[in-house]
Design a protein around this ligand. Structure first.
Ligand code: SF4
Length: 409
C-alpha cells in the first residue's frame, strides 16, 4: 500500500479529489514511484503515462492494455480528474475561452486561438497576479495562489478534450508516429492545439517550479509532445529567473516591454522599479540559445498618447539594436474602467512601418476573442473582480515571492 508520505511528496493539497491523488501533473519518475508503491512494475508506469498523455483517457477502465484488477486498483487509489468548466465561451472569430474551476473553487482562464495551420493555447500560471500592469485586466485581480503543475497541465488536457484533439481509441490520429498512439512533434498537421503560450493569468516566472515541471510534462516526446520551439513563455521581466528558464527549458521567450523609458515603464509595468529596462535587456542578450533564428519577442501594447509616438518607435529600435528581436504590436484591448485607450489604427501602422524600415519584424497582432473578453490583457476570473488595488499589499506579496525564490531583495 502507498503511504501518505509517498503521495504528498508529489502533489499540492488541491491535486487530490475525494482523497485520491490526481496522476495528472506527475512526471514519469514520480508516476513510477507512486505506482511502484502499489506493487506495479516499472513498465506499467509507461503504459499508464501513455494512456494519460497520448490518449487523454479520463477513466482507468479504458486503459485496456492493463489487466482488469490493475485498472480497479488504480481507480480505487487515484484519479485523472480535470478541473471543471464554470463558463465556456466561443468568439465569433473561433477563439474559445474556458473559465476553469479548480478543486478549491478558484478559477483561471484559458484561451484557444485557432489559426489556419495551427492553434495556440494561452495558459494561466497563477490565480490572479501580483504584477498590477496598468493595462491588464488580470492585474486588477489580487494574487490568490500559484497553480500547481497538475493544474497547469490540466488546462492543456481540458482544452484538448473540448477540441476533440485526442486520438480515438484504437485509431491513431497521426499515422507518422510509427504506430504509436498520440502525436509526433515534427508533424502537427492533424492537431488543433500545436502551440502553448504562457501568457494567461499570472507571472510564470514567479511560479517557476510548477511552470517548469508542467512544461516538461507537456514537452515529453512520449506524451503530449509539444516541443520547446512551440512553447513561448512571457514575462513582465523577472530578470533573475530569465537565464534559468533558458538553460533549463529552452523555450521561446517573450518580454512584456510596453515602454521605452524607465519613467513610463515604472508606471505601467511596476516590476520595472525592481528590474529596470537596462537590466532586463541585458538578460535578453544573455538568454541561452538566442539567435537570429530564435528571436526574442517583445510585446508592445499600443496606448493612445502614452507610448505610441514616432520618438517612441525610434527609441525602441535603439534599445533593441543588438538583440535578435521581433516586436509584436498589440492594439490595446479595452476592459471595463480601463485607464487607457487604444492608439488610432493609423498611428499603429505608422509605428509598425518605422520598425519595419529599421529591419524589425513588427506584426500588428490582430485582436482575437474581444467579444468574449479573451483578448490579450483582458483575462480575469469572474469570481475575483476587485475594483481597487492595494499597492502596499502588492509590494509585500512581490517581496514575499522573491524571498521565497531566493531572488534579490
Ligand atoms: S500583464 Fe501578465 S504580469 Fe502583468 S498584470 Fe497582467 S497577467 Fe500579470
Amino acid at each position: 500500500m502507498m503511504d501518505n508520505a509517498t503521495t504528498s511528496a508529489f502533489a499540492a493539497p488541491h491535486d487530490r479529489c475525494e482523497g485520491k491523488l490526481n496522476l495528472i501533473g506527475l512526471d514519469l519518475s514520480e508516476l513510477t514511484v507512486v505506482l511502484s508503491a502499489q506493487g506495479l512494475e516499472k513498465f506499467r508506469a509507461r503504459q499508464v503515462w501513455s494512456w494519460i498523455y497520448c490518449r487523454g483517457v479520463r477513466e482507468f477502465r479504458l486503459m485496456t492494455t492493463l489487466a482488469k484488477p490493475i485498472r480497479e486498483m488504480l481507480a480505487a487509489h487515484f484519479t485523472l480528474e480535470r478541473p471543471t468548466v464554470s463558463l465556456y465561451q466561443q468568439s465569433e472569430d473561433g477563439t474559445q475561452k474556458w473559465l476553469v474551476k479548480m478543486t478549491d473553487s478558484h478559477e483561471v482562464e484559458c484561451v484557444h486561438i485557432p489559426e489556419q495551420d495551427r492553434g495556440a493555447l494561452c495558459v494561466s500560471s497563477q490565480v490572479g497576479c501580483t504584477m498590477t500592469c496598468r493595462f491588464c485586466h488580470t492585474g486588477t485581480q489580487r494574487l490568490v495562489r500559484n497553480l500547481s503543475a497538475s493544474e497547469i497541465v490540466a488546462q492543456v488536457m481540458l482544452a484538448r478534450d473540448y477540441l476533440k484533439d485526442w486520438p480515438e481509441p484504437g485509431q491513431d490520429k497521426d499515422v507518422r508516429t510509427g504506430g504509436k498512439p498520440g502525436y509526433n512533434d515534427e508533424d502537427d498537421s492533424t492537431r488543433a492545439l500545436t502551440n502553448i503560450v504562457m501568457m494567461g493569468m499570472g507571472e510564470p516566472l514567479y511560479n517557476y517550479e510548477n511552470v517548469s515541471k508542467a512544461l516538461r510534462i507537456i514537452m515529453n516526446s512520449e506524451g503530449i509532445a509539444i516541443g520547446k520551439r512551440r512553447i513561448t513563455l512571457s514575462t513582465s521581466g523577472v530578470v533573475p529567473m530569465i537565464k534559468r528558464c533558458g538553460e533549463e527549458l529552452g523555450v521561446n521567450l517573450a518580454i512584456s516591454l510596453h515602454a521605452v523609458t524607465d519613467e513610463l515603464r515604472d508606471q505601467i509595468v511596476p516590476l520595472n522599479r525592481k528590474y529596470p529596462i537596462k537590466e532586463l535587456l541585458q538578460a535578453c542578450r544573455d538568454y541561452p540559445g538566442v539567435s537570429n533564428a530564435r528571436r526574442i519577442t517583445f510585446e508592445y501594447i499600443m496606448l493612445k498618447g502614452i507610448n505610441d509616438s514616432v520618438a517612441d518607435a525610434k527609441q525602441l529600435m535603439r534599445l533593441l539594436r543588438d538583440i535578435p528581436a521581433k516586436i509584436n504590436l498589440i492594439p490595446f484591448n479595452p476592459w471595463p474602467s480601463a485607464p487607457f485607450e487604444c492608439s488610432e489604427w493609423s498611428t499603429i501602422v505608422k509605428f509598425s512601418d518605422i520598425l519595419n524600415a529599421g529591419g524589425y519584424a513588427s506584426p500588428i497582432r490582430t485582436p482575437r476573442g474581444r467579444d468574449i473578453m479573451a483578448a490579450c490583457g483582458q483575462l480575469k476570473s469572474a469570481s475575483q473582480k476587485l475594483s481597487a488595488v492595494d499597492r502596499a499589499e502588492i509590494d509585500r506579496l512581490i517581496a514575499e515571492k522573491e524571498a521565497a525564490q531566493g531572488l534579490k531583495s
